[in-house]
Design a binder for this molecule. Structure first.
Ligand code: GLP
Length: 241
């Protein structure tokens, strides 16, 4: 794993945007895996600013998001579809038909998991996957204990993850209890992974990611076995590493 240490959240966001923009310029048909949460917001902001100034084109780029809440419509302000539209897709020249997220409102969630998994495979797989990390080591919504062999699946969110995400909602009882997420195997199949982390609340997770044992109890630890992972983390996130 290559670790790029940066000063703070802003520098992490700038470096990550530069990294991705270079890749998009080198391969206009790149297939990106995208993440949500607070961490990549600055990255997306920088990509939008770059688009406005330099016209980096996303016309031929395909994207697959990691996860989506179950039970929220696309128009719900807390759905990840809405988040992605608002923070990135509405401001760059992506083609709607090239944007993919799991449908958390599908009639059959099991069929939706199979469909999404197949869609990623049929596209040729993800070239560059962006990841954040949960304080308990979750990636996507793969909570501790998720089998390393997992594909796209429905997950019951842990109370700690619901708590960590509750600030996006009005009340705790509005935070969904389930999500659809790419599995650990889906993530590990990406050719390249870029993981971002900022702030002291991620320091234990980053320490375990870089130095802990590989264990299903800490899902992100599997990344130690991936041949092409870059971590961009700030000083606070790296304070225990
Ligand atoms: C959510 C997302 C993850 C994200 C994590 C960390 O659970 N499903 O993809 O990495 O939160 O979020 P944040 O970046 O807000 O700390």
């Amino acid at each position: 794993m290559e670790v790029i240490k940066v000063r703070d959240y802003n520098e992490m966001s700038e470096k990550a945007a530069e990294y991705i923009i270079e890749k998009v310029k080198a391969n206009s048909k790149i297939r990106l895996g995208l993440a949500t949460g607070g961490t990549p917001l600055g990255l997306y902001k920088n990509m939008v600013t770059d688009f406005q100034h330099n016209n980096t084109s996303y016309r031929r780029v395909t994207s697959f998001n990691l996860d989506e809440y179950v039970g929220l419509s696309e128009e719900h302000p807390n759905s990840y579809r809405y988040y992605m539209n608002k923070s990135l897709f509405n401001h760059i020249n992506t083609l709607k038909s090239n944007i993919h997220l799991p449908n958390g409102n599908a009639v059959s969630l099991q069929e939706e998991c199979i469909r999404y998994d197949q869609l990623i495979q049929d596209s040729g797989g993800i070239d560059l996957q962006i990841l954040g990390i949960g304080q308990n080591g979750h990636i996507g919504f793969n909570e501790p204990g998720t089998p390393f062999g997992s594909k796209v699946h429905v997950v019951r969110l842990t109370e700690s993850t619901r708590q960590a995400n509750k600030h996006f909602f009005n009340h705790m009882n509005e935070v969904p209890t389930h999500a659809i997420t790419m599995g650990i195997q889906s993530i590990m199949k990406s050719k390249e992974i870029l993981l971002l982390a900022s702030g002291g609340q991620k320091s234990v997770a980053i320490h375990k990611l870089l130095q802990g044992e590989v264990s299903q109890q800490f899902p992100a630890s599997i990344l130690q076995l991936h041949p092409n992972v870059t971590v961009i983390a700030d000083e606070e996130a790296l304070s225990l590493a």
